[in-house]
Design a protein around this ligand. Structure first.
Ligand code: PBG
Length: 326
């Protein structure tokens, strides 16, 4: 019988020792809270598939932003939810300075100023009557280059409204370059671009569709990435970096930790990950059934996403998690 000379268990013996050797620690400043602002609401409205998350009214949005800043979180990512009557074929409400998203950006800036980073989703899906992330060609496919022209204008409208950072999430080819040039030409050289570089056409966005009242028929597989592909994600990341992205993001997060790790190895700019609506809903549903320890699973999933290499995490638990780690 031979006994071990080396005993890793020594460093797991007490909570104090474990804390001392912890390799990954979350901080509030690296968490970003996604927020939904719904046109015409006077009271916040719950989203049934995202328990604890709401569609905000303008007033409740400002309160939520204030609360998030008090919790020390790093940023806010705003999504606008127009009334159905405001949607059209080309998503024109996304360009309108008085459209719900641009109004919300101005409200957030008025509320929190530079105390946190105000970001806006730069995509057409919430604004188009057909729910796609771009405008449609006659054959029904999303027209890449016609969509780029609209993204360029949308970026400038969001920057004019005061966004510190725009988040193009439509997965059109060339979107980062076009947006960067449009911002620069409009005098917005200092507005940053958070590129949804590797965004997968998976099944984890279901509850988000309820949150933004999506009208989408069909799917996004002609523009978002196919889940089996990793190398393709690296190519997308390289392109976005070359086109001027300031931060690159992988989405979803937990099912794509290998992609996060590979992107982290590849680039020297910050890497973000989006813990999406389906990831959140699964945990909330299991916890509501008493099947898992909710808080521990939240912390474990966020820690794993960071351990894989994401230094910034978008999560619907941002405020709660910030309080837990403080
Ligand atoms: C597109 C967009 C989506 C999400 C963020 N931006 C939906 C989609 O691509 O279908 C999903 C986020 C989530 O599920 O939490 N504007």
């Amino acid at each position: 019988m031979s006994f071990p000379d080396i005993r890793p268990r020594r460093l797991r013996r007490t909570p104090a020792i474990r804390r001392l050797v912890e390799e990954t620690r979350l901080a509030p400043a690296e968490l970003i809270l996604p927020l939904f602002l719904k046109e015409g609401l006077t009271e916040p409205r719950p989203i049934s598939s995202l328990p604890g998350v709401v569609q905000h009214s303008r007033e409740s949005l400002r309160k939520a932003a204030h609360e998030a800043v008090s919790a020390g979180i790093g940023g806010l990512m705003l999504f606008g939810v127009p009334e159905n009557a405001s949607k059209d074929e080309t998503g024109s409400a996304g360009l309108d300075p008085d459209g719900i998203l641009n109004v919300g950006i101005r409200d957030l800036i008025a509320e929190v100023g530079d105390a946190t980073v105000v970001m806006s989703d730069l995509c057409l899906d919430e604004f188009t009557s057909h729910g796609h992330c771009g405008v449609l060609a006659p054959d029904g496919a999303v027209d890449n280059d016609a969509t780029l022209r609209i993204y360029a204008e949308m970026a400038v409208a969001q920057a004019d409204a005061g966004a510190h950072m725009v988040g193009p999430s439509g997965m059109m080819d060339g979107q980062i370059g076009v947006i960067r040039k449009a911002l620069d030409r409009a005098g917005h050289q200092d507005v940053a671009v958070l590129a949804y570089a590797a965004k997968y056409a998976g099944a984890f966005y279901g509850p988000f569709r309820e949150a933004v009242e999506s009208t989408l028929q069909g799917d996004r597989r002609q523009y978002q990435q196919d889940p089996p592909n990793l190398r393709e994600a690296l190519r997308e990341v390289d392109l976005d970096v070359a086109e001027g992205a300031d931060i690159v993001m992988v989405k979803p997060a937990l099912p794509y930790l290998d992609v996060i790790a590979a992107v982290r190895d590849r680039v020297d700019i910050p890497v973000a990950a989006y813990q999406v609506s389906g990831e959140y809903a699964m945990v909330e549903a299991a916890a509501a059934n008493g099947w898992i320890d909710r808080e521990r699973v939240i912390m474990e999933s966020l820690t794993s996403i960071k351990r894989a290499g994401a230094q910034i995490i978008l999560t619907y638990w941002a405020v709660e998690a910030a309080r837990m780690v403080r």
